[in-house]
Design a protein around this ligand. Sequence first.
Ligand SMILES: Nc1ncnc2c1ncn2[C@@H]1O[C@H](COP(=O)(O)OP(=O)(O)O)[C@@H](O)[C@H]1O
Ligand SMILES: [Mg+2]
Length: 356
Amino acid sequence: MKDQLRREWVALMQEGVHGQATRFRLRATRLSQLMRTVSPELAAALASGLAETSALTRLAPTAGPAEVPDLLSVEAEPILSAMPHWPRSVAAELRQIVYEWHAQDALITAGLHPIKTALLHGPPGVGKTLAARWLAIELGMPLATLNLAATMNSYLGKTGQNLTKVLGYARTHACVLFLDEFDALGKRRSDDQDVGELKRIVNVLLQAVDQWSGPSLLVAATNHESLLDTAIVRRFEATIEFPAPSSQQVGSVLKSLGVPPSLATSLGRRLQGQPISNATRLVTAARKRAVLGQIDFEAALEIMVAEQFKAQSQVESRRNVVATLHEAGKSAHQIAKELGVSHTTVLRDLKVISED
Ligand SMILES: Nc1ncnc2c1ncn2[C@@H]1O[C@H](COP(=O)(O)OP(=O)(O)O)[C@@H](O)[C@H]1O
Ligand SMILES: [Mg+2]
């Protein structure tokens, strides 16, 4: 107990000096609980002191908002938009990261360190962004998100500068640095002039991942792991695969959103393999219909799911026809006229067909 208290006090002071407000607050709360057995009066005084400050003041962060680099969005106290439901393998790997961070003192004493870099990959809408948020909350750190796709769209010279600033920020400010759409790195087509700069940017990132140290956890996410160079993937200490959602997973999410168990189970079966975000969107839409149109929520939900399937199969059959006509040598204009759809729809279909 004494040892633990001593460690906690030292850590608390270090966090205070470094201005790690969220961690400081969490540790101070834990300390006041630990102190209860040793000195109830001091514990009570600590707790009430903390309560007083919580509403009014926050410890000054090491850098003010003005120093946050362009395109980096920092949420000091991230919140979850939904209760996450991950497959057991994913949950276990995420929990391991949290566990190692909470036990980092023991690891560091043994010359080790907690997992500092993680790559999350899997289809869209299965909870990767949710996982980054969840990690930030569990670790008591702000969430700093950089959307790489957006960054890469800007002028490359600027991209490089921005990235360097963002990495520098995370090296001096404890946070979960979340690099979303990480594959954008490999996707950018560049003209000859840009090639050197692009290589430089990729190298900066590779080195950063390789040698990541300091107070932050680096989390990258991608929907297209296959687009990433294996040289990049193997640099991460943890690679977590988010599989396409199973019927149980979708069912659990639906249940947690208030869908009655038997309906959740049957819809889970129908919506498995699709983005979970899709299922949550249908629930919201159904709830709105129920509120506005006085339709029963369950009936509305079943109708919405059926409508979605109908729309999907319509799109699929139209695409088959477009593909056949295209193979027969018809132009997009001719196909559009023949099917009575817009030229843009045909172009979009052709693009999807060519990507398949
Ligand atoms: N595993 C999950 N558990 C609960 N809700 C989920 C899950 N995955 C996705 N969702 C819902 O879909 C939304 C979008 O998910 P998100 O984490 O952004 O997906 P990704 O980053 O994998 O594309 C979430 O805000 C949540 O409402
Ligand atoms: Mg995402």
